[in-house]
Design a protein around this ligand. Structure first.
Ligand code: NAP
Length: 349
């Protein structure tokens, strides 16, 4: 793997830190730290806990991340009646804790230094500093928001960022999809399985999506396009009733009745914290290999921060398990290697 030239932007005082680390001052040393508490992170916690690695999960400010926003999950195996995202996260947390995982809630990692290799240095927003022999990064991605009135209020009550999760609830109803990229078209096509009518609202008169998806969307009788238009407001009472649309060419504003609004204007992986240290692709996703290894030995990544394709709870769980197993193996090899190294006496020892 090659590192981009972001690698030069480390702002941390690495030499001062390595002296501090060498002295073990004020730094909490862990074998494994998992950054993030979505399905990938909690699964990595379960697996590393069961491997007796006593993992510490730094949960971020929202336990569960994106999935905790999902009203109901019906495509995660083992729960035939479905369950809410929050319920699933609580169950995953309890299962990991049962085997000894420690979960630090309401705390986010604000700085990392992977430049010196294992043990890796991390700092959280409460000022605590850590060293971790291995790190598993599962910080997820964030669906871009429109940032219009009503959007936040109706999230989970008609506003959604996941057709696979929520499409089923719009059987025989009318929905609006916002966006003109591959995601918008792919999800709009998925929504036609349930919805009576799908209106794609796009801010231009040309789609960004690839030709095949465009052809499929144009050929689908349930899909209609509202061009050159933006959503200015999402209107409703206990649920969504309409979107306020503005035509960017004519300036016309109208309230367009709908039962749901699906927003697909892109996702951003939450990888900025690792800029310059972990290799990222052109979209900002962390680059991993099949063993969930990043470009830094001992740092693994799983879930949506490194997955641009699947973005499902089930796939994130699998990636979290794989990352944990790889971390466990790496630690075993690394520790065996260290133990077999001859002890050299330093001049002042
Ligand atoms: P994307 O390609 O960045 O498209 C985002 C769309 O949302 C664009 O049409 C953009 O409009 C629109 N948009 C952005 N901000 C907006 C705003 N504030 N208000 C209204 N509209 C806004 O994102 P994506 O569709 O999520 O795809 C991300 C990447 O994943 C792409 O590389 C895509 O090819 C890939 N992907 C591939 C597949 C597939 O191959 N099956 C499926 C999903 C995603 P403009 O066009 O005017 O910029």
């Amino acid at each position: 793997m090659t590192m981009s030239n972001e690698g030069l932007s480390l702002t941390l005082n690495a030499s001062a830190r390595s002296e501090q680390v060498a002295r073990g001052e004020g730094v909490q040393h862990e074998r494994v730290i998992i950054i993030g508490s979505g399905p990938a992170g909690l699964t990595a916690a379960l697996y590393t806990a069961r491997a007796n690695l006593n993992p510490l999960v730094i949960a971020g400010h929202e336990l569960g991340g994106q999935v905790s926003l999902t009203y109901e999950i019906e495509n995660y195996p083992g729960f035939p009646q479905g369950l809410s995202g929050q319920e699933l996260v609580e169950l995953m947390k309890a299962q990991a804790e049962r085997f000894g995982a420690r979960i630090k809630l309401f705390s986010a990692v604000t700085e990392v230094d992977f430049s010196k290799g294992s043990p890796f240095w991390l700092k959280t927003d409460d000022g605590t500093e850590y060293l971790a022999d291995a790190v598993i990064v599962t910080v997820g991605a964030t669906a871009r928001r429109l940032n219009v009135p009503g959007e936040k209020e109706f999230t989970g009550h008609g506003v959604s960022y996941c057709a696979t999760c929520d499409g089923f609830f719009f059987r025989d109803q009318n929905v609006v999809v916002v966006g003109g990229g591959d995601s918008a078209l792919e999800e709009a096509l998925f929504l036609t399985r349930f919805a009576k009518r799908v209106d794609i609202v796009h801010r231009r008169d040309q789609l960004r999506a690839g030709a095949t998806l465009q052809q499929r969307a144009f050929a689908n009788d349930k899909i209609h396009f509202i061009w050159d238009t933006v959503v200015e407001e999402i209107i409703g009472d206990e649920k969504v009733r309409a979107v306020r649309l503005r035509n960017l060419k004519t300036g016309e504003v109208r309230d367009y009745p709908t039962d749901g609004v699906f927003i697909f204007i892109g996702h951003d992986p939450n990888s900025d914290l690792f800029k310059g240290q972990l290799e990222r692709d052109e979209f900002g996703y962390l680059v991993t290999d099949r063993l969930m290894r990043t470009n830094i030995e001992g740092v693994f990544a799983a879930g949506e921060v490194q997955d641009r394709i699947y973005r499902q709870v089930a796939t994130s769980v699998g990636q979290g398990a794989a990352a944990a197993m790889s971390a466990e193996r790496w630690l075993a090899e690394h520790e065996a290697e260290r133990a077999s190294q001859p002890h050299t006496v330093a001049p002042n020892e």
